[in-house]
Design a protein around this ligand. Structure first.
Ligand code: ADP
Ligand code: ZN
Ligand code: ZN
Length: 747
C-alpha cells in the first residue's frame, strides 16, 4: 500500500490523498512528478503526484475533506489511483519546486498551477509515447541501498540520481562497464527502459554560428555587455538598457555562443512572436536547426513536440512567449527576456503569473545567468538595477551611425484639424512622401470611430453588457464593443428618437487610413492593428510590402511600436497622446514613456534622420516635457522618484482583490467582508471597496480592494490566512472573484 498526495486540477487549495496499488515492478519506481488518472468526485481527472509515503492517518483526514468538497459519498476510505501515465516524471524536481513557488507566490491552488504549467495534451489521460533509446532509471531512491552497493556501483547510483534518476545507457557506458550496470539491475535498484533522446551535433552549429556572415563585429558598447554577461557562470541578473537599434539582439546572439559551447540550452522569452517574426529568423539564420519557437499559433500537438524537444535536449535555443517559461529543459544554461517591460508577460486570468519574474526565480534556482533587455525598462527592473540587485548594462548609441529621431510636441489648441491631424503636419507628410520616404501614424483606437451618436437627441449607442460606447467598424460593417467583443449591426436610426441622423465621433485606424488614402493619393496607406493582422502570414506579407515600399503611409495601434525596423520611415505622428495622459492607473505615465519611445524607435533607423511629432492639447504637461526634453532614461528615473514619494510600487507592494457580479451589492458585500479581515493586519493599507476603472463588463459590475504593503512577505502571510477564511464565505463559491497578488493592470 502506497499512500500518495496528488495535485488535482481543481481550484481548491489542497492536495488529495490516494492509494496506489500496483504490483508490477515497473510501477514501483518513485511516483513523484508523474501523472496519474485519479477519481475526483464523479469524474476522473489527470493529477500529478507531489508527495509519497504520506501516512494513512493524514490521508484519511484529507480524503474526508475531499469527499465533502466534491459532494462525494461520505466515506473515509482512501480512493485508488486508476492509472499511472508516465514512466519519466512530467515534473522534474526543478519543475515541482517551481510549481510550489508559484502556488505560494501568487496564492494560487497547486493543482491549478500544475495544470497551467503543462501543455494541453498532457492534461489529457494519454500516455507519452516517447520511447526509443535505451535508458537506466532508478527504481527506488532509498538511502538504505547504500549497504548493498560496491563503491563503483554507488558512484553510478549517485550519478543517475543527480540526473533526475534517468540516464541513457550510452552516456553511462562512457564511464561505467556493462557489469556495473547489470549489477544495479540485478539488485533491483535500476531498471532499463526506452526513451527517445536524439542528439544535437553542437559542434557543427557552433561552427556555423561563429563564421556566419550575419555576425557583426561588436561595437565597444556591445563588447562591454558581452564580456560582462559571459563572465557570469552562476546566477546573475543583467539589465541591458539599450536604445532602439543599439544592437541588443546582436548581444544576445553572441553571448549564446558561449552557453551553447557548454552544450547547454537557452530560453529566449519574447512578447509576441507573431508580431516579430524577424527575431526568430535572425536566431535561425545564425544557429540553424537548433532553434525552435513556441507561440500562440501552434497546435497542441506542436506544443507537445516542443515540450519533448526541451526535455530530451534535442534543440538548443527556445524562443517563445510567456508560457515557454514552463518548458522542462534538459540542461538550461541561460535565460534572455527581450523587451522585458512588455505587459504581455503577465497572464491576466487564472494563474496570474509574470513570466519575467518566474524566469528570474528559475534562473536563480538553476544558478544560471538571466539577461533582461529593453530600450524602455520597467520601473521595477530599473529599481532592481539601481539597488544593485541586477547588473546594469547600457548601450546608448545606434549601430552603423544611425541617429535617434528628434521629438517634438505640437500644441493643438486652436489649430485646425483634418481627420485629427493638424494641417501643418499634413504639409510635412507631403514633403516626406515626395522625398520617397514613409510616414507612420499612431492612433490608439482600432476601427473607424470610437462612438456613434444621434444628432437629434444626443443618444450614444452603448453595449448593453458593458455600458461603454460601441466602436464603429467599416471593414466588418458593424458596431463592436471593445471591452467584451459583442458586435451588432450599425443601426440606420436612433433607438431613442427614431432620427436617421447618426454621426460618428472620434478617429480610429480605419477612418485615418481612409482619409490618408484619399488626401495623399496616389500614395498608398496600410493599416496595422489587431483586425488587419489576424493571421501571422498576412502580417508577414504586410511587413514585406512595407519594406518593398508598396505603402508609404503606415497607420496603426500599439502593434506598430513592437520591435519592427522600418528603415524608410522618417516621420512619425502620434495623434492623440492626451487620451493616455489622463488615466486613473498609476502606471499610465510609465506606459506613455514606453510607447512614445518605442514608436520613435521605429523612425530613422537607417542613415535617414527622423522626426517624431506628438499632437497634444497639453504641451506644457510636465510628463511630456520631461520625456521629450530628457529622454526615457531621465524620465523613468523621475517617475521612480514620484513612485517613491507616493509610496507606490516598486517601493511598496500592491495586491488586488476583485469581484465581478451582476448585482453590484453582492460584490461590495463580499469585499467588505474581506476588508474586515484584512484591516486586522496593521502593516497593510486597504483601499476600497471601490468600482474598478472599467466598472462594468459583460453585465457584471466590477469592484475591487487594493491592498498596499511595504513587504511582499507580509502580504503573502496575510493572504495565506485570509483566503482560507474568505473561501468559507457563503458567496465564495457562487460569485466571480479573484486575487491578483501583483497586478500590472488595475483597470
Ligand atoms: P536592437 O535589438 O537593440 O533594436 P538590433 O540588434 O536589432 O538592435 O540591431 C539593429 C541593427 O543593427 C540590425 O540591423 C543589426 O543587424 C545591426 N547591428 C547590430 N550590431 C551591429 C554591429 N556591431 N555592427 C553593425 N551593425 C550591427
Ligand atoms: Zn436620437
Ligand atoms: Zn461589451
Amino acid at each position: 500500500m502506497r499512500y500518495i498526495n496528488v495535485a488535482v486540477p481543481v481550484p481548491i487549495r489542497q492536495v488529495f490523498t490516494y492509494v496506489f496499488e500496483c504490483e508490477s515492478s515497473r510501477e514501483q519506481t518513485p511516483l513523484i512528478g508523474k501523472r496519474l488518472v485519479v477519481p475526483f468526485g464523479h469524474r476522473e481527472v489527470v493529477g500529478v503526484c507531489v508527495e509519497e509515503n504520506v501516512t494513512p492517518d493524514h490521508a484519511a483526514l484529507t480524503n474526508n475533506d475531499s469527499a465533502k468538497t466534491t459532494n462525494d459519498a461520505k466515506t473515509t476510505e482512501v480512493r485508488k489511483v486508476i492509472e499511472l501515465l508516465d514512466h519519466i516524471p512530467c515534473f522534474s524536481s526543478e519543475l515541482l519546486t517551481i510549481a510550489y513557488w508559484l502556488s505560494d507566490y501568487y496564492q494560487h491552488p497547486l493543482g491549478d498551477v500544475i495544470a497551467t504549467m503543462m501543455p494541453a495534451s498532457l492534461r489529457k489521460p494519454a500516455k507519452l509515447d516517447d520511447v526509443q533509446e535505451d535508458c537506466l532509471i532508478l527504481v527506488d531512491s532509498d538511502e538504505e541501498n547504500d549497504v548493498l552497493l560496491s563503491p563503483k556501483q554507488k558512484s553510478l547510483y549517485s550519478l543517475i540520481s543527480s540526473n533526475n534518476n534517468l540516464m541513457t545507457v550510452r552516456d553511462i557506458k562512457q564511464h561505467y562497464s556493462s557489469r556495473i550496470i547489470k549489477a544495479l539491475i540485478d539488485k533491483d535498484i535500476a531498471r532499463r527502459i526506452s526513451v527517445s533522446k536524439p542528439r544535437i551535433n553542437w559542434q557543427s552549429f557552433l561552427q556555423q554560428a561563429s563564421t556566419n556572415q550575419s555576425k557583426h563585429v561588436a561595437t565597444i558598447e556591445q563588447s562591454i555587455a558581452i564580456a560582462a554577461i559571459e563572465q557570469a557562470n552562476s546566477f546573475s541578473a543583467f539589465l541591458l538598457e539599450g536604445i532602439t537599434g543599439s544592437g541588443k539582439t546582436e548581444v544576445y546572439l553572441q553571448v549564446l555562443e558561449k552557453v551553447l559551447s557548454d552544450h547547454k540550452q537557452v530560453l529566449i522569452l519574447v512578447p509576441e512572436i507573431g508580431l516579430t517574426p524577424q527575431t526568430v529568423e535572425r536566431f535561425a539564420q545564425r544557429f540553424g536547426d537548433i532553434v525552435v519557437s513556441m507561440h500562440s499559433g501552434l497546435t497542441n500537438q506542436q506544443r507537445l513536440a516542443v515540450w519533448h524537444q526541451a526535455r530530451r535536449g534535442d534543440k538548443g535555443i527556445f524562443i517563445g512567449t510567456r508560457s515557454s517559461v514552463f518548458l522542462p529543459f534538459h540542461n538550461l544554461g541561460m535565460v534572455i527576456v527581450d523587451e522585458e517591460h512588455d505587459e504581455s508577460y503577465k497572464q491576466q486570468d487564472g494563474l496570474r503569473y509574470h513570466a519575467r519574474d518566474l524566469a528570474i526565480y528559475r534562473a536563480k534556482s538553476l544558478n544560471i545567468p538571466i539577461v533582461m533587455g529593453s530600450a524602455t525598462p520597467s520601473l521595477e527592473t530599473l529599481f532592481n538595477a539601481r539597488t544593485g540587485k541586477y547588473h546594469y548594462l547600457t548601450m546608448t548609441k545606434r549601430t552603423g551611425g544611425a541617429v535617434l529621431p528628434s521629438q517634438h510636441l505640437l500644441n493643438l489648441n486652436g489649430l485646425s484639424l483634418q481627420s485629427g491631424i493638424a494641417t501643418g503636419l499634413l504639409e510635412k507628410v507631403q514633403q516626406q512622401l515626395e522625398l520617397g520616404n514613409q510616414v507612420l501614424f499612431f492612433v490608439n483606437r482600432r476601427g473607424y470611430a470610437p462612438a456613434l451618436q444621434c444628432h437629434q437627441c444626443g443618444h450614444v449607442v452603448e453595449c448593453d453588457g458593458c455600458g461603454a460606447p460601441m466602436t464603429m467598424h467599416m471593414s466588418t460593417n458593424n458596431l463592436q464593443c471593445h471591452r467584451c467583443g459583442y458586435a451588432n449591426r450599425i443601426p440606420n436610426k436612433c433607438s431613442e428618437c427614431g432620427s436617421q441622423e447618426l454621426i460618428s465621433h472620434g478617429i480610429g485606424t480605419e477612418k485615418l487610413e481612409q482619409f490618408l488614402d484619399y488626401y495623399f493619393s496616389p500614395y498608398k496607406s496600410v493599416r496595422i492593428d489587431s483586425d488587419s493582422v489576424r493571421s501571422k502570414q498576412a502580417f508577414a506579407m504586410m511587413l514585406e510590402d512595407i519594406h518593398a515600399n508598396k505603402y508609404q503611409l503606415l497607420v496603426g495601434t500599439q502593434i506598430l511600436s513592437k520591435g519592427h525596423h522600418f528603415p524608410n520611415v522618417t516621420l512619425a505622428i502620434i495623434l492623440n497622446i492626451d487620451s493616455l495622459l489622463f488615466s486613473g492607473d498609476y502606471r499610465a505615465a510609465e506606459r506613455i514613456g514606453q510607447l512614445v519611445t518605442q514608436l520613435s524607435g521605429r523612425a530613422g533607423r537607417a542613415n535617414k534622420k527622423g522626426e517624431v511629432w506628438l499632437q497634444t492639447h497639453q504641451p506644457g504637461h510636465p510628463l511630456l516635457q520631461d520625456l521629450l526634453n530628457n529622454g526615457y532614461t531621465h524620465y523613468s528615473r523621475s517617475l521612480l522618484e514620484e513612485r517613491k514619494a507616493a509610496n507606490l510600487p516598486p517601493f511598496s507592494y500592491l495586491s488586488l482583490l476583485r469581484t465581478e457580479t451582476q448585482v453590484a451589492e453582492i460584490g461590495i458585500e463580499f469585499l467588505q467582508y474581506a476588508r474586515s479581515m484584512l484591516t486586522q493586519f496593521s502593516n497593510a493599507t486597504v483601499i476600497g471597496p471601490l468600482p474598478s476603472l472599467i466598472e462594468k463588463k459583460q453585465r457584471r459590475y466590477r469592484y475591487q480592494l487594493l491592498i498596499k504593503c511595504h513587504s511582499r512577505k507580509y502580504l503573502h502571510a496575510m493572504f495565506a490566512q485570509v483566503l482560507h477564511e474568505l473561501e468559507k464565505h457563503k458567496g465564495a463559491n457562487k460569485i466571480r472573484w479573484h486575487l491578483d497578488m501583483f497586478p500590472t493592470d488595475i483597470s
